[in-house]
Design a protein around this ligand. Structure first.
Ligand SMILES: [Zn+2]
Length: 270
């Protein structure tokens, strides 16, 4: 069934655990994620990123996501990941997404507040949850400069003024693949943020972060762990190893992707 993320994430925050939020990029990946969640009997935060639009348009993603969510045996949140333009986020809301992220994290802080507030104003009366980001999770490198980490005071003011439902924080992860290094996470900052903020926190760049780091994050307020790159890597490795026709190869890729998601449920779980 299709649900909003509100209760799911609040409950996770209360009980100090989290959920993986996998990005789907075609029908097969969405179907695989839903089936995996059903097998484990867990809610699913089925996410679609604006950056996929050029090869998998939002309208198609909404049709597929809603179709699978509505007939799923477990609660499914349909979430827009990294919406960068208001029009795009509003389109996702109109199409039936139950949760949206407006990422204005590269804007000046006041502008991030202003833009996020506008989306909250549109989303909340419809029962749709809003995620935003303060600090900035970059790609391919690690935030060594403490200015990139989410500042506690800023995060506090941001959540109070915007009324967002969850907040992506920057504590040392990065999007994509880590180049021969394991990320060093700032757990001190995370626990400070967790202490001050009442809303569930979100970790972007979950792939490659490491099991131990993820477990520690979910015990310290992270309730949603975004994962994408690891699915691509697992599928590519399975395709390379599997011989046979296309159906056999696709089945091997699907099994590998499902295994990665199961693993994340496991390390994020209660
Ligand atoms: Zn992200």
């Amino acid at each position: 069934m299709l649900v909003s993320s509100y209760d799911i994430l609040r409950d996770a925050k209360k009980r100090s655990f989290g959920y993986p939020a996998p990005d789907y990029f075609d029908y097969d990946s969405a179907k695989c994620f839903v089936e995996t969640a059903e097998k484990l009997n867990k809610p699913l935060i089925l996410s679609y990123a604006q950056v996929f639009d050029s090869f998998f348009p939002l309208e198609d993603a909404a049709d597929i996501g809603l179709y699978l969510a509505k007939k799923a045996a477990v609660p499914v949140v349909l979430h827009l990941d990294h919406g960068t333009a208001e029009e795009y986020v509003e389109k996702a809301i109109d199409l039936g997404f139950t949760s949206v992220m407006l990422d204005a994290s590269t804007d000046p802080f006041e502008e991030n507040i202003r833009r996020t507030k506008e989306i909250v104003k549109k989303a909340h009366p419809l029962g749709i949850c809003v995620e935003a980001e303060v600090g900035h999770v970059g790609s391919g490198s690690i935030a060594e400069d403490s200015g990139v980490y989410t500042e506690v005071e800023e995060a506090k003011r941001f959540t109070e003024e915007t009324g967002v439902d969850s907040l992506a924080v920057s504590i040392g992860t990065a999007h994509g693949v880590y180049k021969n290094v394991k990320p060093v996470l700032n757990f001190q900052r995370l626990s400070e943020l967790n202490e001050v903020l009442e809303i569930p926190l979100v970790l972007h760049g979950g792939s490659g972060t490491g099991d131990e780091n993820i477990s520690k994050c979910v015990k310290n307020g992270i309730c949603k762990v975004n994962v994408y790159t690891e699915f691509l890597l697992a599928a590519a490795a399975a395709l390379k190893e599997q011989e046979g026709d296309l159906h056999t190869m696709k089945a091997a890729a699907k099994a590998a992707v499902s295994e990665v998601l199961s693993h994340y449920y496991n390390i994020c779980g209660e």
